[in-house]
Structures are given as C-alpha cells and as structure tokens.
Design a protein around this ligand. Structure first.
Ligand SMILES: CC(=O)N[C@H]1[C@@H](OP(=O)(O)OP(=O)(O)OC[C@H]2O[C@@H](n3ccc(=O)[nH]c3=O)[C@H](O)[C@@H]2O)O[C@H](CO)[C@@H](O)[C@@H]1O
Ligand SMILES: C=C(OP(=O)(O)O)C(=O)O
Length: 422
C-alpha cells in the first residue's frame, strides 16, 4: 500500500498562506541544542517528518523532547547518554550529520552511521571530516559508521575548499568548546547558519562573523539553556511565491524575510510576475498571460538557491521562449525535468543545465517525487495542469513542507491523499 497526493489542476488560488519555521535551520538547531547543559526552548518548529526523525534520535540518546505546543519544543539533556547513533532514523534525513559536530564538541566522541536525505548526485562529507581532523579529532569508518574521537579539540584555521552549509555548521558546533580560536575561511553565508550561530551564542558560545565568509569561534567552557525562535523557511516561502505566480489570482505569503529571497524576487520581476513586497510578506497578483523565459544559475547564498530552481522550473514551462537553468551546486539535480516532461513539458537536460522550451500546456499524469524539491515542483505543475496529477513517493515532500495539503486547500486548491495498492 502506498500513500499518494492527488491534485486536480486549474483552480485559481486566492487568500493568505503563512510560512513555517525553516526546515534547514531547525534540523541544525535541534542537534545544536544538545550542546547546552540546561533546557533549550525552540519556537517555530515546523511539523515535518525530518523533525519527527530528529526527535526519535534525541530520545534514543536519552534526551527529553517536551512538546509544549504545536510549534514549541523544549530539549533537555539532563539524562543524555552518548550512545552510537545507528538507529534507522539516522538515514531518513541529511541533517543527522549535525550530531557529529554536536557530540564531538560536547563529549570528544561521536559514532554515527551515514546520513540520508535527498539524493541530488554525490553528497560527500569530506569537508566536515577534514574540519574535525583539523581541530584534533581522529576519524575512522567502520561497519558503515563514522567514529570521531578527540582527547582535546584545539582551535585552528580551517579553509573550506567549497563553501558548504553543512560543513560550516558542523565545524562551528565542534569548535564551540575547542581550546582557543577557530577560524573558518570561505565559510558559507546562508541565513540558516546565522540562525544556528545565534542559538549557540544565546547558549553562551562566542561566535562572530556569521553571514560573512570568515567565522571565528572562541572556545568557551560551558553552554546553558535558552529560548530561540526559528527564522521563516525561505525555501517554503519561495515555493509558495512561485506557486502563486503560476496558479494564483491573488495570494499573500506571510511570515517571510524578503531579503532572504532577493535572487528569486528579481527573477520573478524579470519574468513579468506582478508582486508587492512588504516588510514580512509578499503579495503575488499573478500575471497578464505574457511571461518571458529567463536564465538561472544556482550559486551559494546570496546567489540563486539550488533548492528553489526545481520549483521554479514548473513556472518556466509556462513562460515564452527558452529558459536555461544551470546547476553549479548539485550538477545532477534535474530529475524533476523528466517528471515534468511526463506532464507535457518540453525540457532537455544536458548536465549541468536544463533547457526549458515554453510555453507548453501541462496535463495530469502519474509522476514521482524523486526528492523533496522535485515534489514541490510537481505540486506546482499539478496545480496548473489540466486534469488530475498523481504524485508518488510523497514521503520526500513530507520531510520539508508543513501541512502542504491544508495550506493549499485553504487557498482553494483541490488536493487530497489516497492510499493505493503498490
Ligand atoms: C539540511 C540542509 O541544510 N540542506 C541544504 C544544505 O545541504 P548540504 O549542507 O548537505 O550542502 P552543502 O552546502 O554542504 O553542499 C554544497 C556543495 O558542496 C559539496 N560538498 C559539501 C560538503 C563536503 O564535505 N564536500 C563537498 O564536496 C556538495 O557536494 C555540494 O556540491 O545546503 C544545500 C546547498 O544549498 C541545500 O541544497 C540543502 O537543502
Ligand atoms: C536537499 C534538501 O534537503 P536535505 O539536505 O535535507 O536533503 C532540500 O531541503 O532541498
């Protein structure tokens, strides 16, 4: 038996949608919280399956996760034990790798099997491991698990060959208790990194320079509990903005930080989407039927986010002319294009680019959410397609979109889940 999402397309969307807390921040903030010796309250936690998997992992370590309300949790490490992390939940998400930095930083020892997450082509973690080694840890790989050990972590200068989000956060967490100063050069600048450093600093860490490409961490002895509110999810926001541009007459997207979305908003203006950008909201007013193709190149923040190119591709099937999307982060991240072609799109993929020829009418078809943002792309395509679209492998979508069906239904979409025979 399999659960699928079904969407009947061509219903015009209207209304207001509220964006949840950022998945990519949350999945780092939760492991970061175990570095504290007192209770950490995190507010704005999205109800997504990645958070459920992390809660399972925390409980496996003896950490108490107290759910105070729908979006507020308290993480208490009083009875925590540093056990090997071999639970099957580790491979359900990418971010389980943050327990490497957090456990190494807290105990000088971590044992954890390979993380999972979306397959976007190879996703090595060599830069994380090199960073831990530079701080004085030994890294061994045995029976499918990484074992990290350090008698003492000592601050040092670490240059990242690639400005990796995960490596920047993981090294930051490992270094919070290291002796002396750690400097991360060519650090990633994504807003989620700033959010994690903000939490760690509230806990008592001494991290400066986040948001630039040089981060310094001066080691401290003790971290304590605190309260933290997660930033809004810029990728969920981007998904609803693109979706509104493609399928709406009038939609307000609330609880966003527009500055996190500048590369997308400027592209949408270029395409011909009518929008008004407020302090914490974007009002999308649709388009006059005359939207133009554009070219996109994904880049580290503040460049165009790789996570947004997939949802945007659904809209680009409706623009006039050829759009070229070039991936510089995950050069194989194009599986959504083959699924869109099953719905009537005309896209050629020549890695590292997709060539989208539009406009093409889309029609309902059986498609597969091969990864999280491919799923988001297919939802948008389903909303503008003629007929009913059936999306398989929706567990990917549930990793990162809180109450997708509820939010879309409130906007007037016809979307529902069905259990079908395998
Ligand atoms: C949980 C989370 O936050 N996930 C995001 C995070 O993933 P993640 O943190 O895994 O992505 P990275 O920023 O690390 O990856 C960027 C690039 O660096 C390469 N690389 C990375 C680490 C490493 O040790 N060696 C190496 O070669 C990757 O293969 C990729 O080509 O950033 C990606 C890029 O913005 C997003 O698509 C993901 O949604
Ligand atoms: C690729 C993504 O997530 P993860 O890194 O968790 O697989 C994503 O959020 O688009």
């Amino acid at each position: 038996m399999e659960k699928v999402i079904k969407i009947e397309g061509k219903h015009k969307l209207r209304g207001t949608v509220r964006i949840s807390g950022s998945k990519n921040a949350t999945v780092a903030l939760i492991p970061a919280a175990i570095l504290a010796n007192g209770p950490v309250t995190i507010c704005g936690v999205p109800n997504i399956s990645d958070v459920e998997s992390l809660s399972v992992l925390l409980q496996d370590l003896g950490v108490v996760v107290d759910i105070k309300s729908s979006d507020r949790i308290v993480i208490d490490t009083t009875d925590m034990q540093n056990k090997p992390m071999i639970h099957e939940a580790v491979s359900k998400l990418r971010a389980s790798y943050y327990f490497m930095g957090a456990l190494l930083g807290k105990y000088g020892h971590a044992e954890i099997k390979m993380p999972g997450g979306c397959y976007l082509g190879p996703r090595p973690i060599d830069l994380h491991l090199k960073g831990f080694e530079a701080l004085g840890a030994t890294v061994t790989y045995d029976h499918g698990a990484y074992i990290l050990d350090a008698k003492e972590l000592v601050g040092t200068k670490i240059f990242l060959d690639i400005s990796s989000v995960g490596a920047t956060i993981n090294i930051m967490m490992a270094a919070v208790h290291a002796k002396g100063r750690t400097t991360i050069e060519n650090a990633a600048k994504e807003p989620e990194i700033i959010d994690v450093a903000t939490l760690l600093n509230k806990m008592g860490a001494n991290i400066r320079g986040v948001g630039t490409n040089v981060i310094t961490i001066d080691g401290v002895d003790e971290l304590s509990g605190c309260f933290h509110e997660i930033i809004p999810d810029r990728i969920e926001a981007a998904t609803y903005i693109v979706l509104a541009a493609a399928a709406a007459e009038d939609v307000m997207i609330e609880n966003i930080i527009p500055q996190h979305l500048e590369s997308l908003l400027s592209k949408l203006h270029e395409i011909g989407i009518q929008m008004e950008v407020g302090v914490d909201r974007v009002h999308v007013k649709g388009h006059d039927g005359n939207i133009k193709a554009t070219d996109i190149k994904t880049l580290p923040y503040p460049g165009f986010a790789t996570d947004i190119q997939q949802p945007l591709t659904a809209l680009l099937t409706q623009t006039t002319g050829q759009s070229i999307v070039t991936e510089t982060i995950y050069t194989e991240r194009f599986k959504h294009c083959y699924e869109l072609n099953k719905m009537g799109a005309n896209i050629n993929v020549m890695i590292p680019s997709s060539f989208i020829n539009g406009p093409t009418p889309l029609y309902g078809a059986e498609v597969c959410a091969t990864d999280l943002r491919c799923g988001a792309c297919l939802v948008i395509a389903g909303l503008i397609a003629d007929g009913v679209t059936t999306i398989h492998d929706i567990y990917h979508i549930d990793r990162g979109y809180e109450d997708l069906d509820g939010k879309l239904t409130a906007l007037g979409a016809k979307i529902w889940r069905e259990t079908i025979e395998d």
